[in-house]
Design a protein around this ligand. Structure first.
Ligand code: SF4
Length: 380
């Protein structure tokens, strides 16, 4: 069995098409804050949109120029027919851009299913009632599209499957954190991104195979860094400049807090069998995972500092897509907290106009700063 998840990303549409051939539905999703377990239990494969960088054509006519590449890429691939096979689209309300994009898509293709799923920001009885009603209404809508009805047994099975997946990914992260260099950061990130596009039973099998192949080797010298922010580029599959630059600068990625990485709802859906699985799913949306728009940036800072302590992180590199408000809003809170705790940081724009040369200069300057160990930040 292959263990290189970059090949999975290269063939990202294959999984959805296969699932449809077997009689299932496929839902294009943006952000992991959507109820993937519920969809899977109804026979629906949720697939996460990935970003195809490039020059966007027709989508420019529908979106303002100050829109992130991520939403341009989704719209472009909708317009050119790449996503024609999807049975619907579901976005989580992580930012106004993606909510606006869902509106554009529902006007442009009124016959297609478009759903905005909003996970509550607060954690109280009202929020629980709201999310429970949302999940039940979603199950009915999926059924009207041809999906299987929701059942506690199937939901229980799906929760268990997704929990196993989270445990396997966590195992890889912890192993990499303690043995940086044992597995390349692209491989780890591709593994998490693949979880969003292929059925979990196959993904779990591949993760187990990958775990068998990574071994503790001789300790690699380098500067231990943590990545945070957002990186959805499909070009990860082709060989991403950023990771070559990090390697050449002797940076060892020990952890990440990327939306496409460790922040991909990797906490277990808790509770034991016998409890109502829908209630457990509801609880998971109230969970502690800090996400923009849902929790104060201070919580996220706490999570970064915890990773710094646990894995000896010497600096944090924020990967910020151009015009990405949720990430940009957090930065002014995060950097001073990191600085107060003597953790230097670098802010790096990862899409748009940044060339390889510019990125290299900034990463190398940051690495030099880290070897001088001053707790400062660089905006790039
Ligand atoms: S603004 Fe940020 S979170 Fe929103 S769609 Fe764009 S890249 Fe994603």
């Amino acid at each position: 069995m292959q263990t290189d998840f970059r090949n999975v990303l290269k063939e990202r549409h294959k999984w959805g098409l296969q699932h449809q051939e077997n009689g299932g539905l496929v839902m294009g999703c943006y952000s992991a804050m959507v109820p993937e377990e519920l969809m899977w239990s109804c026979g629906v494969l949720p697939i996460q949109f990935l970003m195809s960088p490039g020059t966007y054509g027709e989508s420019q006519a529908y979106l303002p120029p100050y829109t992130c590449d991520c939403s341009k890429s989704i719209l472009e691939e909708y317009l050119d027919g790449t996503y024609r096979y999807l049975d619907g689209l579901m976005v989580s309300h992580v930012c106004e851009t993606i909510r606006g994009l869902a509106g554009i898509l529902s006007v442009r293709w009124p016959e297609r299913f478009v759903h905005v799923f909003t996970a509550p920001a607060c954690n109280d009885l009202g929020a629980r009632r709201y999310i429970r009603a949302e999940l039940m209404s979603l199950a009915e809508k999926l059924q009207s599209l041809g999906a299987a009805p929701m059942s506690p047994e199937r939901l229980e099975e799906a929760i268990s499957l997704y929990n196993t997946n989270r445990e396997l990914i966590n195992e890889i992260y912890h192993f990499r954190g303690q043995n940086p260099g044992a597995v390349e950061p692209e491989q780890v990130l591709s593994a998490v991104m693949s979880a969003g596009i292929m059925p979990r039973p196959q993904h779990n099998r591949m993760l187990r195979e990958l775990l068998k192949t990574i071994h503790k080797g001789p300790e690699r010298a380098g500067t231990r860094i943590i990545l945070a922010g957002l990186l959805f580029e499909i070009e990860l599959a082709e060989g991403n400049n950023l990771f070559s630059i990090l390697r050449e600068s002797n940076a060892l990625v020990v952890w990440d807090d990327l939306a496409s990485g460790m922040r991909y709802r990797l906490e277990r859906v808790e509770g034991s069998k016998g409890d109502d699985p829908l209630d457990r799913l509801v609880e998971s949306f109230m969970g502690p995972q800090p996400a923009p728009l849902r929790s104060p940036a201070e919580r996220k800072a706490g999570q970064l500092l915890k990773a710094v302590r646990e894995y000896g992180g010497e600096g944090v590199i924020f990967l910020i897509p151009k015009y990405c408000d949720p990430i940009l809003f957090e930065i002014p809170t995060l950097i001073p907290i990191l600085k107060e705790n003597d953790v230097p940081s670098l802010c790096l724009e990862v899409s748009g106009s940044l060339s390889e040369g510019q990125m290299r200069v900034r990463v190398e300057a940051f690495m030099e700063m880290l070897s001088g160990s001053s707790a400062d930040s660089i905006w790039a």
